[in-house]
Design a binder for this molecule. Sequence first.
Ligand code: F6P
Length: 361
Amino acid sequence: MHIGILTGGGDAPGLNAVIRAVVKTAIGRYEWEVTGIEDGFDGLIERAFKALRPMTLKDVRGILPQGGTILGAANRGNPFARRVIRDGQPVVEDCSGLVLDRLRVAGIEALVVVGGDGTLRIGQELYEKGCPVVGVPKTIDNDLGGTDVTFGFDTALTTATSAIDKLHTTAESHHRVMVVEVMGRDAGWIALHSGIAGGADVILIPEMPFRWEVVAEAIQARSKGGAKFSIIVAAEGARPAGGEQIFSRAGDGVTTVARLGGIGNVVAQRLEEMTGLETRCTVLGYLQRGGGPTPFDRLLATRYGAAAVRLVAEGKFGHMVALQGQEITAIPIADAIRVPKRVNPEGEKVRMARDMGVCFG
Ligand code: F6P
C-alpha cells in the first residue's frame, strides 16, 4: 500500500505529531510506502510531482513537539473552485480531475487528509469522485462536528489563557479594562474556555450577539463595586445584536474568504466612550496557531494519526477519525462536516460561567 498525506487549511499545533504518527504506523507496523504532499492541494496543483516527498522514519524524527507542519499548508485554494487566469482573464475552474490524475499517476492508493471543515469538505468531494480518502480533524477553533475535540484547540486555549493571566496583572496595576481578541470565526470555543479558565468578566462569542449597554453596565457595576480592573474576552467573530461581524479584508466568497478581525478594538473604543473607564485591546492573532503542541494535543494528534492508518488498513474510506468520550472512533466525513459544532448558549458551560458572574452581553 502506498499512502499520501497532506495538511490543508490554516495550520494548528499537532500537525507534525499527526504526520509522524502516520509515517511511523504505516512504515513500522504495515511496511507501507508514504508520500508527503507539500502545501496541501495547492502544492499538487501548482507544483505537480515536485510537491511529492517520499517520507521515511528519518524525516519524522524529532518533529513531535514542533509547531507548524513540515509539509506546509495552504488555505487559499479549493481544487473544485480555483481562480486561474485564462486568456488574461481570471476565471474559476474545477481542478479536481487534475488532483485525482496526479494522485493516480504517483501511485498513491489512499490519501490521508488532515484539515478542518474546508479541507475535509474537499476530501469528501474527492472521495465521492472515487478517491480513497481518510480524514483527520484539525482546527484550533474546535468547531468540527462528530468529534469531542480537534487537535490544536488545547494548545490555542493554553496560549490564550496564559495571555489573559498576563493581561490580568497589568490591568490590575493600571486600573484598566482589558479586551483580549481571540480566534473563533463562527464558534466561540477558544473565547469561552479561555475566558472561564482565565477568570474573564465578560465573554463575547459569535453564538451570542451582545448588547452594548449590558456589557457597559457589567463593567461599570464591577468598577462601582470596587474592582479596579476588568477583563473582556472577545472571539473575532463576535458581533453586537443587530450588527455585523467586523472584517479586516473582504473576500469574493469563492476563492478567497473574508478576513475577520477588529472586533476587539471596536469593543475597547466603544466601551471607553460609554463607561469613561480606560480601556486597552490586545489581539492575540496567530500566536494562537503557533508554537509546539501541549501534551494533550501531542497525545491526541498521535492517536489520530495512528488511527487514520488503521482506517486505511480496514479500507474504511470516506471516514474521519474522531474522539468520542475516551475512545478514538471513526465517523463518515459527511457527518462531521454536516453540522458544525457551536457553543450552546443554553448549555452547562455558559450557565456555569453566568453563575461565576460572567456577562455574555
Ligand atoms: O484556524 C481557524 C482560524 O484560526 C480562524 O479562527 C481564523 O479566522 C482563521 O483561521 C484565519 O486564518 P488565515 O488568516 O490563515 O486564513
